[in-house]
Design a protein around this ligand. Sequence first.
Ligand code: ADP
Ligand code: ADP
Ligand code: MG
Length: 684
Amino acid sequence: MFDKILIANRGEIACRVIKTARRMGIATVAVCSDADRNALHVKMADEVIPIGPPPAAQSYIAMDRILAAVRESGAGAVHPGYGFLSENPAFPEALAEMGVAFIGPPKDAIGAMGDKITSKKLAAAAGVSTVPGCMGVIADADEAVKIAREIGYPVMIKASAGGGGKGMRIAWNDDEVREGFRSSKNEAEASFGDDRIFIEKFITQPRHIEIQVLADSHGNCIYLGERECSIQRRNQKVIEEAPSPFLDETTRKAMGEQAVALARAVNYESAGTVEFIVDGERNFYFLEMNTRLQVEHPVTELITGIDLVEQMIRVAAGEKLAFSQSDVKLSGWAIESRLYAEDPYRNFLPSIGRLTRYRPPAPRAAGPMLESGNWPDEAAPGATGVRNDTGVYEGGEISMYYDPMIAKLCTWGADRAAARLAMADALDEFELEGIGHNLPFLSAVMMHPRFAGGNITTAFIDEEYPEGFRGVDLPGDQLRRVAAAAAAMYRVTEIRRTRISGRMDNHERRVGSEWVVRIGDREWPVTISADPAGSDVCFEDDECLRVESDWLPGQSLARLSVGGGALTLKVDKLPGGFRLRLRGADMRVQVLTPRQAKLACLMPEKQPPDTSRLLLCPMPGLMVGLAVEVGDTVEEGQALCTIEAMKMENILRAERRAVVARINAAPGQSLAVDDVIMEFEQDV
Ligand code: ADP
Ligand code: ADP
Ligand code: MG
């Protein structure tokens, strides 16, 4: 076994490889560009070697720099991760010349599979079912039209050197073929420096289902079940799962055996993935083979209990696979959500910036495997697991130089529904602020009836969100639970706000029990009766929901029990209420006193009073001091005035930066609850 390996990659996959290597007692060497000096993979590794400027072409893809680092480190083997040099056959070749092992397949297998036309020919020769279409390079637009007509519309125009969803077009008629041929060719030339184009049938109702294979250098080759990756945007995966809800045992076996046949045909070693497109009748066709560890490999690990990185390292060290096909058992269900720094409200445009808050849910063991090397005992019935693979940290930057992936959140459950609901919960718990990200979108998909039913295709996102993602409207019963939670939380906030130090005994009396909760144009008058353990929030129809939580005002995540069920909310305090986020919904929730609500009813368009511009008196009392004047700019937390109540002085402070527009009270004046003491300018 190797003493030391170098990881020629960055981000979550470098961290992932380091974890397994460490567990195996192998020392690790990280490489980093100048943009990554403080990156997580650098902190985790035993050694680090800087390799150059931020652009990947001058660091992570610059083979001479990586090779120099390998030489300097004295590592016995290199894991390439995915992307960068992982599928460049010249890399293992150069390593071999240095006497260093490549933790991946032989260079010839990479070369054969790196080209879509070559690999399709090879697959057909190995008896693998391929998408009907041409297997040669297409010369010009006229020939493209001729071939497209022969195949029959619709067709898919593809770049032979393509990857990452690039250089691909669907065409439904001659004109679209001409246009698609030109644009694919240009994109392929620009992205890959190789403009060879081919055409195949576009499979309708397509599902992307891929087979994980694993082979050693002693002629053993097995498959580890499938992953379904049909939830894609721009032909790129966002949500993956294993197993597939669409496959039966017969199809799984047929696909597995064809994948193994293809791997054998190229003398494959290490972990690899054979991608298929599957139509509505469960006909499956070879798409391509990825000769590397796949981004979504964790879902396979979670249902097989096999650590793929460990297997890759063992195979590279010449070991035989310790298990055979019949030993591979699939247990339960796993789902992966890729959290990307991209804005779902703006057509998934990448966003960059600093992660001001990054709090993933805690990992939790269940199922065959959670973290690498963590083999929990038989899980309790109903238990679900959580795993999060990441390369970022709170305060870190998502830069423009690399892939905008923040984390891969995985859950495991005994069945698909359990894994899916565990994912919805885990996403509710995941705190991510500072940059645009797709978390609300992932939550929305988890709760989407069509996804829940497993009725998915690669067109899911386009079909279900034709106008783009606009957030989620929660069902009525769920809104009511949110309203109950908001009322209880607001009451606690108000008690806090009006609490008078030293006189805690009867402070709750000043905060009423009647409230009106508003979300959008819906309104719920409620009555709260509180006790030390929680509150009963009762609605006009006499339904009461018990709300219990350890939430405290100021906390950004609230874990509550509402009506006996769990509810997790992301909370931002707003004047007169909260911004609450859960399950892909993003809501402004107002909690008003009946008096405020009544006033609001008298206003046109039922607009609630905008108390954000007002300083209201929180308790009956006497103004004894005024600290500001009209026209002053006040900062958040700055003292505004002092109210004496029950012989205690209470300083009222600004909730935010603002300019004082009006002052309605003077020292010596007595005030009632909700009297408007001060008004602020609309904008600062
Ligand atoms: P997966 O099927 O696992 O999503 P992809 O083929 O989409 O794999 O790509 C996985 C990773 O490899 C991504 O980070 C992607 O950006 C990178 N990648 C894919 N193809 C290329 C390529 N031709 N050149 C550089 N990076 C690539
Ligand atoms: P890449 O190398 O970019 O990953 P693939 O050939 O794997 O390219 O295709 C990426 C995605 O494009 C697939 O997952 C699938 O959603 C879609 N796709 C590719 N070929 C076809 C086809 N013939 N019919 C329908 N969809 C296809
Ligand atoms: Mg692919």
